[in-house]
Design a protein. Structure first.
Length: 311
């Protein structure tokens, strides 16, 4: 079986951490990952050193997937993309961006009329430059099939693991995640940012969130959460969304799914007890929410997480 060819395009002031992520999270036995710059020459990085690629931009033309890591120049000034690079990106079977790499894809016209994301700090500037793109700064990554975009550093890892699951299944992605000591799965729709300043000042919801996390097994309602925070339901909902980027109900489901996954990964509890401890009540509810979040049943997820590391 031939290796899947991946070209990593390092633009000027490329983020040093992100340019190395494809080598770390796309296994060499499955992917041939190579780095180039727009002209094949040295390119400055964000870390104060220059990257000297071993390959020229011609690898973009033969790549199965092109990955564009983030760079520092885009959010302030946009990023000029040479016509040859635009053509190569448009011709690529699949293109992926990490963080501000989305500015390059948008400048090449690949995101027109599509949903995309980037780091939330740069979303406003992105919208100014590319109003034709549906910017969603409230998620970790967006999969549009042949074009995928992600938020900042850690979300780039999430997207690469998502790509790996798409190409080779959950067991392979879980093994790679274990070796790197990162979470094997974070839902793409999870909010990027947490604990932003509360508009208008006043008390926040952090204490109530801590309390809820300690009592996920209880049948918590919106009224229960608002009462704990000593707020009206309307005020609590508004402040909660401002701080977390999610509704209280969605936040609860996200953390209950995370707890259920930890229990499935690290214990031999029957699925019925996992559902109860995670606050879903029934196995049917657990199965529905887990499948909606990660596309797997509880038993299938448990099996995927217990695959032999060296297999």
């Amino acid at each position: 079986m031939s290796l899947h060819r991946v070209a990593v395009l390092a633009m000027p002031s490329v983020l040093a951490f992100e340019v190395g992520l494809p080598h770390k999270f796309l296994p060499p036995e499955l992917y041939d990952v190579r780095v180039t710059s727009a002209d094949g020459g040295p390119v400055p990085t964000s870390a104060g050193f220059s990257l000297v690629p071993e390959h020229g931009p011609e690898i973009l033309r033969t790549a199965d997937t092109v990955i564009v890591p983030g760079h520092q120049a885009g959010p302030q000034t946009g990023v000029p993309v040479e016509p040859g690079i635009v053509g190569a990106l448009r011709a690529a079977p699949r293109v992926l961006s990490i963080c501000t790499g989305a500015f390059v894809l948008a400048a090449a016209g690949l995101l027109d009329g599509r949903r995309a994301t980037t780091h939330w700090l740069h979303a406003a500037r992105f919208r100014e430059l590319f109003p034709q793109v549906e910017m969603d700064a409230d998620v970790l990554y967006v999969d549009e099939g042949d074009v995928l975009t992600s938020a900042g550093n850690a979300a780039g890892i999430d997207l690469l693991l998502h790509l790996l699951r798409r190409d080779h299944g959950a067991e392979v992605a879980a093994r790679v995640a274990r070796r790197a000591v990162v979470a094997p799965w974070r839902e793409g729709g999870q909010a990027q940012f947490i604990d932003v300043p509360v508009p208008g000042g006043g008390p926040g919801t952090a204490a109530t969130r801590d309390w809820a996390l300690a009592h996920l097994g209880l049948p918590l309602t919106l009224d229960d959460l608002a009462a704990h925070a000593a707020m009206s339901v309307r005020t609590f909902t508004r402040r909660f969304r401002a701080e977390t980027g999610q509704s209280p109900g969605r936040w609860l489901v996200t953390h209950r799914v995370q707890l259920a996954r930890r229990l499935l990964e690290g214990s031999d509890l029957p699925v019925e007890q996992v559902a109860e401890r995670a606050g879903f009540g029934t196995t049917v509810s657990l199965r529905q929410h887990l499948h909606a979040a990660i596309g797997m049943s509880p038993l299938a997820y448990r099996r995927s997480q217990r695959a032999p590391v060296g297999a």
